[in-house]
Design a protein around this ligand. Sequence first.
Ligand SMILES: CC(C)(COP(=O)(O)OP(=O)(O)OC[C@H]1O[C@@H](n2cnc3c(N)ncnc32)[C@H](O)[C@@H]1OP(=O)(O)O)[C@@H](O)C(=O)NCCC(=O)NCCS
Length: 180
Amino acid sequence: MFGPVLKGEKVTLRPPVDGDAAKFVEWFADREVTRFLATSFPMSLQQEEDFLKRIGESKTDVWWALEAEGRTIGATGIHRIDWISGNAVTGTVIGDKSCWRKGYGSEAMALRTEFAFRQLNLHKLKSGAFDENEPSKRALQKAGYRQVGVWREDFWRDGKWHDHWEAEVLRSDWEKQHPR
Ligand SMILES: CC(C)(COP(=O)(O)OP(=O)(O)OC[C@H]1O[C@@H](n2cnc3c(N)ncnc32)[C@H](O)[C@@H]1OP(=O)(O)O)[C@@H](O)C(=O)NCCC(=O)NCCS
């Protein structure tokens, strides 16, 4: 599924538009962008278009493109949704490097978290980041995620092992911080 339009102060979450697939092809070929992503191999335009078709049809994913400064800058999603246990795994990538460190990732994660709990009625969200990916960890923490552990030497990248920081946010904890 694609998620509906969620408008923040700085960033908008919305379904993809024509031309987005080509941007993703470019971003996933950029090692600076994929440095901290679990999947770091580029995709062809056809593969990216197939991915968007698949995810749009999926009943266990909710996916948005991110828009800021009048253009698509990345994507965020709620994946592997278990509708019985009410949990899912989240992820974000801002591929447009000129848009890093402007608060877009933090706002996107906050909007996504609210949507997951208030609209999808989920119980818990899980996520993770390379332990040295401070912006990702910080943005997740601001959205309510808390560390549950660290997988040691979990990813091999650039000639060395990297620990993987694991986090989750329970709806009951999040609700305390966001009273209606
Ligand atoms: C990780 C990512 C989503 C963060 O989004 P962003 O818009 O760049 O981050 P924000 O501007 O919202 O910053 C988040 C926080 O991290 C802090 N931060 C940013 N860069 C930092 C750095 N190098 N060291 C420490 N803190 C940093 C910011 O100050 C902010 O915290 P604050 O609000 O308390 O000041 C984005 O940079 C990205 O997509 N990177 C490439 C792909 C990736 O790593 N995805 C995540 C995979 S888990």
